[in-house]
Design a protein around this ligand. Structure first.
Ligand code: OGA
Ligand code: MN
Length: 208
């Protein structure tokens, strides 16, 4: 029996991507879901923008989610636990895969019904800091016909579909940030996640 961390390590070192059980406990996932929904209802999540090398922003049509960054000094116990759990994974992956990832970024993301994120990569053209991307889904129920899947594509010329993931609580996705184009399909309902990156950069002062 392999632990989730061992499964993630094996997956990242072989195929480069992982879809499976979360490193978060069921109760932490549930607390984060409650927390994300209440922060969203309180109007604390804001339209995300896709940054470009020239400093301009792509149209919101490319990316329809609202986000809220967790800071390095979260005040809530579940946020602290989420950051600590991801930081432990970062330390483990650095030891086994020599990633050299020095920091963790995490944000809540809420997609309203119909919102999408067009096919993209998580590494900006002018910045190779992001090493591993990860998503923790926070939707306790999710019907098979509700849409909202994350589709991960191979980096080959054919753009083969590698995975199509429903965003149900308890599911975690992670992949090497430079290798896999991916997109979020529209859903018939609200879609909540905690999304993050392990980065080679040191901790950033504060996100926009
Ligand atoms: C992202 C992203 C995927 C998802 O935020 O960059 O690709 O399933 N998210 O929410
Ligand atoms: Mn992405």
């Amino acid at each position: 029996m392999h632990t989730v961390t061992e499964q993630i390590t094996n997956a990242l070192s072989t195929t480069g991507w992982y879809v499976g059980d979360s490193i978060f406990s069921a109760s932490l996932t549930s607390d984060l879901s409650t927390q994300g929904h209440s922060r969203s209802s309180a109007g604390q999540l804001h339209a995300a923008h896709v940054g470009r090398a020239d400093g301009t922003q792509l149209s919101e049509r490319n990316r329809g989610d609202d986000t809220l960054w967790l800071t390095d000094a979260p005040h809530d116990a579940y946020e602290r636990e989420a950051l600590a759990t991801v930081n432990t994974l970062r330390t483990d992956l650095n030891e086994s895969l020599y990633l050299g990832a020095r920091s963790t970024e995490l944000h809540f993301a809420r997609y309203a019904p119909g919102a999408i994120y067009v096919k993209h990569r998580d590494r900006f053209r002018d910045n190779d800091a992001r090493v591993v991307s990860m998503v923790f889904y926070l939707n306790e129920t999710w019907a098979d016909d509700a849409g909202g899947e994350l589709v991960i594509y191979d980096d080959d010329a054919d753009g083969t579909r590698l995975a199509c993931v429903s965003p149900r609580s308890g599911t975690m996705v992670c992949f090497l940030s430079d290798r896999f184009p991916h997109e979020v399909l529209p859903a018939t309902r609200e879609r909540l996640s905690l999304t993050g990156w392990l980065s080679r950069d040191g901790p950033q002062p504060q996100h926009q």
